[in-house]
Design a protein around this ligand. Structure first.
Ligand SMILES: C[S@@+](CC[C@H](N)C(=O)[O-])C[C@H]1O[C@@H](n2cnc3c(N)ncnc32)[C@H](O)[C@@H]1O
Length: 179
């Protein structure tokens, strides 16, 4: 076998392993690491209520796209992304910067009590599980922003629709003292 063939086979092997890794965690999590579309990210950055020095937590940070944009736009804020799919997590690490950090962790194993702002792009089943966790752990005044999927049973303070094919909704909630 010549060197070119060996190189090509190793490359194909790497691609297959990467695809299998992503697929395995997609099945486990019930959601793929699909990044937020640029139009949605742009709108979200426009409407998200961010306070100076806020601790921003992104649940399921994927390849780090949205967390990176948030950290770039708000240098005074600390952005922390949780991701448990190995390949997207490793990729996102490349984007790390002084105010942006990624943790390889299941976000259900972490307390959100310290967060000022939570950002998510997940799926209905995860939003349903998160609702209970939010109600237990979030402090009054904590803002939750979720695009595409709402927190079931919560009334959004504001819903903004993106001017895209799906009219993607961005839901903005603020935790009240009584949950
Ligand atoms: C649709 S992607 C969104 C990626 C990124 N937030 C964005 O908007 O570009 C959802 C991500 O959540 C991750 N995820 C799902 N459940 C998770 C969990 N329990 N802990 C950590 N990450 C999780 C998935 O692996 C996936 O990468």
């Amino acid at each position: 076998m010549n060197i070119e063939t060996l190189f090509l086979l190793s490359f194909l092997f790497l691609i297959v392993v990467s695809l299998l890794l992503v697929l395995t965690w997609t099945i486990r999590n019930g959601i793929s690491p699909m990044p937020t579309a640029p139009k949605v990210a742009k709108k979200l950055l426009e409407v998200i209520p961010v306070k100076e020095g806020a601790r921003i937590v992104e649940l399921g940070s994927g390849w780090g796209t949205l967390a990176f944009l948030l950290a770039q736009k708000y240098p005074s804020c600390r952005v922390l992304g949780f991701e448990n799919s190995p390949l997207p997590y490793l990729f996102s690490r490349v984007r790390q910067r002084p105010n942006l950090c990624f943790k390889y962790k299941d976000f259900f194993d972490e307390s959100f009590a310290e967060a000022d702002l939570i950002v998510c792009y997940l799926c209905p089943s995860l939003m349903k599980r998160l609702k209970e966790k939010f109600e237990k752990e979030l402090r009054p005044g904590t803002v939750v922003v979720s695009h595409t999927f709402a927190v079931p049973g919560w009334e959004a303070q504001r819903v903004v629709f993106v001017d895209d094919l799906y009219r993607t909704p961005i839901y903005i909630y603020t935790m009240k003292a009584d949950g």
